[in-house]
Design a protein around this ligand. Structure first.
Ligand SMILES: Cc1cc2nc3c(=O)[nH]c(=O)nc-3n(C[C@H](O)[C@H](O)[C@H](O)COP(=O)(O)OP(=O)(O)OC[C@H]3O[C@@H](n4cnc5c(N)ncnc54)[C@H](O)[C@@H]3O)c2cc1C
Length: 208
């Protein structure tokens, strides 16, 4: 339907994806579909009745830019606010831990369960461990990530019970996002805390 539609991808972030090889591939997809990519733009107002959405530029002024169709930045002066009509609007709502966790003593300043990012042990209470979406782990919150967190958490709890110390296993931030890019096409974006593009060897199982 690309001849009859106009697609805009606006993000408050500076890039389409935090892992460079994946971002490079996604920018090719953006060009292929003629998508208008707008970094540094956050949604601030939705007029549902009239189907209009307003985005505000939230980056530093010197970064005011739009990206041309060929992927090069155009710094000739993008507007501070953009209001556009839409037929379909897809937004990712802000994420938060459940209220009873957020209001407990277990969280960091941002409201997530305050665990060590490698051992998954709580930073204040050694008999508490955490994983999954609720945990303050600086990686994408996915089921794929949990799959790699579980063995570490289990090993550490068992080791703690038996020897009063933690196991040597650590979680390095693995997560993965299946990014559908067309009919029969997908980028399996796998990465870790260092935003390195990782690949599970002998991975013939599907977990999403
Ligand atoms: C649209 C969408 C698509 C996704 N696609 C993928 C994908 O393709 N691949 C992938 O790997 N991941 C994907 N994810 C992410 C994945 O679903 C989550 O990372 C995962 O489900 C988190 O598991 P969790 O057990 O940590 O939290 P949750 O699944 O959120 O489980 C928490 C549970 O706690 C319960 N709860 C909350 N408060 C209380 C309370 N007071 N008392 C008792 N219970 C309570 C909730 O009801 C819930 O059942 C997707 C997520 C979404 C929303």
């Amino acid at each position: 339907m690309s001849d009859r539609t106009k697609v805009t991808f606006a993000t408050p972030g500076s890039v389409i994806f935090g892992v460079k090889p994946i971002a490079d591939s996604l920018m090719k997809v953006v060009q292929r579909y003629n998508i208008d990519f707008k970094p540094f733009y956050a949604p601030i107002k939705i007029d549902g009745a009239n189907k209009r959405v307003t985005f505000k530029h939230i980056g530093p002024k010197e970064n005011l830019c739009v990206v041309n169709d060929d992927g090069t930045p155009d710094i000739s002066g993008a507007p501070d606010e953009i209001t556009m009509n839409y037929d379909m609007l897809h937004l990712a709502p802000p994420q938060a831990a459940p209220k009873f966790i957020r209001e407990s003593e277990l969280v960091n300043a941002a409201g997530w369960l305050d665990v060590n990012i490698n051992t998954l042990q709580h930073v204040k209470y050694p008999n508490i461990f955490g994983l999954g979406d609720v945990a303050a782990l600086p990686t994408a919150k996915t089921g794929a990530a949990i799959r790699k967190q579980v063995p570490v958490l289990i090993a550490n709890i068992l080791h703690l019970i038996k020897n009063n110390t933690l196991d040597k296993k650590i979680y390095e931030g693995y997560s993965s996002c299946p990014l559908v890019t067309g009919y029969g096409k997908m980028i399996l974006a796998e990465f870790n805390y260092k935003n390195e593009f990782t690949l599970i060897q002998n991975s013939n199982k599907c977990w999403f």
